[in-house]
Design a protein around this ligand. Structure first.
Ligand code: C2O
Ligand code: CU
Length: 445
């Protein structure tokens, strides 16, 4: 161990709580950040940076409340960091340098130690800013699913559990769709997990089975609509948190970083495509085939009806208005010029100049997300979970999330109890928005 690694170990050991495992000894998980070549399909290879020679990285599965130690080796020449998205853990291990988590130096190591909670479908990913370098940050292959199983160990009522990570590859800077000519990311390849549609093994099912899908949109920039030809999704959880009213939908929609857990009843024998509703991207690889035993022939696609996605259908009637203190956050685009990347502001200022959101431990807050801009924003708050209380003027309750997509010209209200002191980053999860000013700090005073 080098002196620098030793010092990093000491400081992380000193900062973590007494209920953590020892700072030395065998880790529960090891991640190595390094180059990967992913064969999405024959002769369709993407080269990027990933974890343990994979992209997506390995599935990390842990138990709620049982402390873990994760060793991360940075085998690249750039400083890196890993964020554990959706967990209520201390700032110094959360994996955001803005919150005070240490960067992992090139060829260095960092041991992350924390007690995973709450239970549910979480994920992990790099948290470096990429700017115009589309090989870094979430444009790279540094992401993976992290499942926190509940303490009680309820296995759930299903026959198969299938993990689906939606992803685009090989980005480049292109002129955006707007008439202003701003720059945006475009992509060459598409996949579910590490395979393009039709090139991996199909998911093999039998009539009568219940399949639990755990879907993650690991896109750096794109919101996805997804459908399962011939089947419906029974949505159980959003961002890993059980919804008040599980119900059936023909298509699901996920902004960058959102997760959906859904049960699918296998009641329509055949070969079917589960995939992106956008033909270009599905035909470009973003899909996966489900094959019932004994079925052959071409897999079928059926476009779902155009029903708009609405978080409120999974909610319950709103509770009486709470005594939460309101915090208003207005998001605007600052047009940077033709062939430039636009900047974003929160209440008129861009990171690092944004005003911090100041909270007191134990108090309740209502965040009012006001998006007068003409783009949707997947907003994420670190280390906390919030409840949607109003979407586009209509009150709701019982939907708990850590990312919420606020549609253009729309307001969303979300309430949370400030229950995890320390610095907590708030940002748009669209990497190009986050890197260009759309970020603020939540601080406990
Ligand atoms: Cu998914 Cu700031 O992170
Ligand atoms: Cu945004």
């Amino acid at each position: 161990m080098t002196r620098r690694e030793f010092a990093a170990c000491l400081s992380s050991a000193a900062l973590t709580r007494a209920d953590q495992p020892p700072a030395e000894g065998k880790a529960d998980f090891t991640l190595r950040i390094g180059p990967v070549a992913v064969e999405l399909a024959p002769h369709r290879i993407t080269r990027t940076t990933g974890y343990n020679g994979l992209a997506p990285g390995p599935l990390l599965r842990m138990k709620e409340g049982r402390p873990v130690a994760i060793d991360v080796y940075n085998d690249t020449g750039d400083p890196e960091i890993v964020h554990w998205h959706g967990l209520h853990i201390p700032s110094n291990v959360d994996g955001s340098m803005e919150e005070g988590s240490p960067m992992i130096p090139p060829h260095g190591r960092q041991r992350y130690m924390f007690t995973p909670a709450p239970a549910g479908t979480r994920w992990y990913h790099t948290h470096v800013s990429a700017g115009r370098n589309l090989k870094r940050g979430l444009y790279s292959g540094q992401f993976g699913l992290l499942i926190v199983d509940p303490k009680s160990g309820d296995p759930g009522n299903y026959d198969q559990e299938i993990f689906l990570t939606l992803r685009e590859w090989d980005p480049w800077m292109s002129m955006g769709e707007g008439d202003e000519g701003s720059l945006d990311a475009a992509y060459k390849y598409f996949s579910v997990n590490d395979r393009a549609l039709g090139s991996g093994d199909p998911v093999r099912v039998k009539p009568g089975q219940r399949v639990l899908l755990r879907i993650l949109n690991a896109s750096a920039t794109i919101t996805r609509r997804f459908a399962f030809a011939g089947h419906k999704f029974h949505v159980l959880a959003l961002d890993g948190n059980p919804v008040a009213r599980p119900c059936d939908v023909e298509a699901v929609e996920l902004g960058p970083a959102e997760r959906i857990d859904a049960l699918v009843e296998m009641n329509n024998p055949g070969k079917w495509i589960l995939g992106a509703t956008l033909d270009h991207d599905r035909n470009g690889g973003m899909g996966i085939i489900f094959e019932y035993a004994g079925q052959t022939g071409e897999a079928r696609w059926i476009a779902p009806p155009d029903t708009p996605w609405d978080y409120r259908i999974f909610g319950k009637p709103p509770a009486a208005p709470s005594d939460a203190e309101s915090v208003s956050l207005v998001f605007r685009k600052l047009f940077a010029g033709h062939r430039w990347v636009d900047k974003w502001s929160i209440n008129g200022k861009s990171w690092p100049k944004t005003d911090p959101i100041r909270v007191r431990a134990g108090r309740r807050y209502r965040l009012i997300f006001d998006n007068p801009s003409d783009e949707a924003h997947p907003l994420h708050l670190h280390r906390h979970t919030f409840e949607l209380t109003k979407v586009d003027g209509v009150a709701t309750g019982g939907v708990f999330k850590d990312v919420v997509v606020v549609q253009p010209k729309t307001k969303v209200e979300a309430e949370l109890v400030a229950n995890n002191p320390g610095l907590s980053l708030f940002h748009c999860h669209q990497q190009m928005h986050m890197d260009y000013g759309f970020m603020a700090m939540m601080e406990y005073v």
